[in-house]
Design a binder for this molecule. Structure first.
Ligand code: AMP
Ligand code: FE
Ligand code: FE
Ligand code: ZN
Length: 283
């Protein structure tokens, strides 16, 4: 197992463990450094960093923006950002509003079909979270309507399913520039998870670099060894850094283990050093 994990979700977004518990587990696992990369929020970063000082784990500030690239999803990681940077605030607040409006509509569809779910109950069960589909999926699991969170997505909440509704996403270029304004290092999250063909993928990677992306997440739970090597090479020939993380969500995604992913994670401490160097060179 590696010694770092740079892609973790806490209860601030759709993970199941608080920032503090996340750090405690990282310390128990012997991880040297982690990054908290909640979806469209930095709300867990400060708590995780103070826990990090207590437990002796280096905690990098992070965020994972849900962005739009030519009408498709693209996740963008921002490392070493200033979590209190005012430049981020409007975009983060907008993302919460978009999710809230969509949650209400999804809950409305479910209620129409006889599910007695309510936003109030979701808020009660997830007091500090930016609510989204995973919380609805967990409610369905808790009530016994599905056997797993995955089944809730596959049969009800994923794109193309009856309770899916789209939400607004900020353009990728804008998210890159916000991360740079917040003093962070923009990195493309899991670049092979968006379903691009060979040529489209190259266009996507090139556009990201043109806009200021400094690295690719080459090491990832769902990457095969070939996919990891491919992304390491794509980053190297562009002079970019690479990062690695599991995308752990606690028990929300039980197949993924912190620091290990699904079958071991080759995330090295040098990735943290590369991020720090990239940040310095931007100053
Ligand atoms: P939302 O922000 O409400 O659109 O929810 C997105 C989150 O749901 C992602 O960050 C994942 O954690 C999870 N998710 C999205 N699609 C799936 C899927 N097909 N299966 C399992 N989890 C998913
Ligand atoms: Fe998630
Ligand atoms: Fe992601
Ligand atoms: Zn993630």
């Amino acid at each position: 197992m590696g010694t770092i994990d740079l892609h973790l979700h806490t209860t601030a977004s759709d993970g199941t463990e608080t920032p503090e518990n996340t750090v405690r587990l990282a310390s128990k696992l012997g991880l040297r450094a982690i990054a908290v990369t909640d979806h469209d929020t930095c709300a867990g970063v400060r708590d995780a960093q103070s826990a990090g000082r207590e437990y002796g784990v280096e905690v990098l500030a992070g965020v994972e923006f849900s962005t739009d690239y030519l009408g498709r999803h693209a996740h963008l990681l921002g490392y070493l950002i200033d979590p209190d940077c005012p430049a981020l605030e409007p975009a983060l607040n907008w993302a919460v509003t978009e999710r809230d409006e969509r949650n209400e509509k999804i809950v409305g569809l479910l209620r129409r079909d006889g599910f007695e779910i309510s936003i109030e109950e979701l808020k009660r069960e997830n007091p500090d979270a930016v609510l989204g589909r995973p919380h609805i999926a967990r409610w369905l699991l808790g009530k016994g309507y599905v056997r797993s969170v995955q089944e809730a997505f596959d049969t009800m909440l994923a794109e193309g399913m009856p309770y899916y509704l789209p939400k607004g996403r900020i353009p990728m270029q804008r998210a890159v520039s916000l991360i740079l304004q917040a003093g962070g290092v923009p990195v493309l999250a899991h670049p092979l998870q968006y379903g691009y063909g060979e040529e489209e993928l190259q266009n996507f990677l090139n556009a990201a670099v043109t806009w200021g992306v400094r690295g690719f997440e080459a090491v990832y739970s769902e990457h095969s060894p070939e996919q990891e090597s491919f992304l390491r090479a794509e980053a190297a020939r562009r002079g970019l850094l690479i990062t690695g993380g599991s995308d752990w969500h606690g028990s929300g995604k039980p197949a993924i283990r912190m620091g290990e992913g699904m079958r071991g994670l080759n995330a090295e401490y040098s990735m943290v050093e590369a991020l720090r160097a990239a940040r310095q060179s931007a100053e």
